[in-house]
Design a protein around this ligand. Structure first.
Ligand SMILES: [Zn+2]
Length: 358
């Protein structure tokens, strides 16, 4: 039987949630990962200061007992309009390795995100992060621009400032370039990139700037989300794009360039929340390694997979590379339609070509 061995994964973008949901989903990640970077946008109780960093880390460790798990949680803090350099420094001293910045209103629980991308306070925060050696994780989408009169083909549409979802990432690219110039030592991760423009930008910038790529953006296009009927379980932010953009992401993942590594952005919601409210997020944690093996095998790129899922991310974050491996065998496995009754995993009902050895 065909078998492969892969290093434990570094998932450098993960939504672990909290409470019962954390208990339900964490094993899917902790069983295959060496590190997981926990995003700070916990509903109603965001990680915005040192105390919350410590509390959340303690909650995770309770579920993922380090005595029995080889997965180490990495903590983040959310940058809000209220964040100051001392807040950041305290969070760093409490163990946060990265800070995450969201555009206000751009995705799940981002009401306290940023609108003013040039504010003096934000610049002071980024300067402090550069000094401390913290990583800046950016949800790089510009949701609101300056209000402007929009006229299309001579037809006046009104004074509008909300940018169309498909153009938000491209509109954010200049901000990444600017920060890279202003803070040359600051490590910046352009998170879950979705477009050819973002891939090109990251290739062109110095090695302090890298990008995470999700599994679903490598496998899904808008054809899958809304080509025939609307599939809410594939709806995510940033939205998936078309074939050309997916091809650019695959080329980046297959490139062997250390600037591009995995961050699953696995973000669970209950089935009812997905179907009734259309919450953004794809729950890929239960299947992402197997799905990636299939993709990389199909295109003859399997030799690039260990770097993409594990080594490049570890190197960028200054983590030790994973020493343990996990074996997978080529054997069909059906992805269940539901997990724990409530959650619909990515690729539900499909058959994967690989499965993890028990
Ligand atoms: Zn995310």
């Amino acid at each position: 039987m065909e078998k492969i061995f892969l290093p434990r994964v570094n998932d450098l973008h993960f939504h672990g949630r909290s409470g019962q949901v954390l208990k339900d989903i964490l094993p899917f990640t902790s069983e295959v990962c060496s590190h997981a970077l926990f995003m700070p946008n916990i509903a109603g109780n965001e990680i915005v200061n040192a105390r919350r960093v410590e509390e959340y880390r303690a909650e995770i460790l309770k579920v993922c007992n380090p005595l029995f798990s080889s997965c180490e949680p990495l903590m983040t803090i959310m940058i809000t309009p209220k964040t100051t350099p001392p807040t950041i420094e305290a969070a760093y001293n409490a163990g946060a390795v990265a800070a995450k910045i969201y555009p206000r209103g751009g995705t799940t629980n981002s009401e306290n995100g940023i609108d003013d991308w040039d504010s003096h306070q934000l610049m002071a925060v980024l300067e402090k992060m550069e000094e401390l050696g913290m990583v800046l994780c950016v949800h790089g989408e510009l949701v609101y621009g300056a209000p402007e009169k929009i006229e299309v083909y001579g037809q006046y549409l009104g004074v509008l400032n909300e940018i169309e979802p498909s153009k938000r990432e491209i509109r954010f690219c200049p901000i990444i370039s600017k920060w890279c110039q202003l803070f040359p030592q600051l490590r910046i991760v352009f998170e879950h990139i979705t477009t050819h423009a973002a891939v090109s930008l990251v290739f062109s910038l110095p090695k302090t700037v890298s990008a995470t790529i999700t599994v679903h953006h490598l496998l899904v296009t808008e054809v899958d989300v809304m080509g025939s009927h609307l599939n809410p379980h594939l709806f995510c932010k940033p939205t998936v794009k078309g074939y050309a953009d997916m091809a650019a992401l695959r080329a980046a993942a297959f490139s062997g360039n250390p600037k591009f590594f995995l961050g699953t952005d696995s973000a669970v919601h209950t089935k009812s929340r997905k179907e009734e409210c259309g919450c953004a997020g794809v729950f890929s944690a239960p299947v992402f390694v197997e799905a990636l093996i299939e993709l990389f095998t199909e295109f003859g790129q399997l030799d690039k997979l260990p770097d993409f899922i594990s080594n490049f991310g570890a190197d960028f974050y200054d983590l030790p590379r994973a020493s343990q491996t996990i074996s997978y065998r080529r054997e069909p496995s059906l992805v269940p339609g539901r997990i724990k009754e409530s959650y619909v995993p990515f690729m539900a009902g499909k058959t994967l070509a690989w499965r993890r050895d028990e």
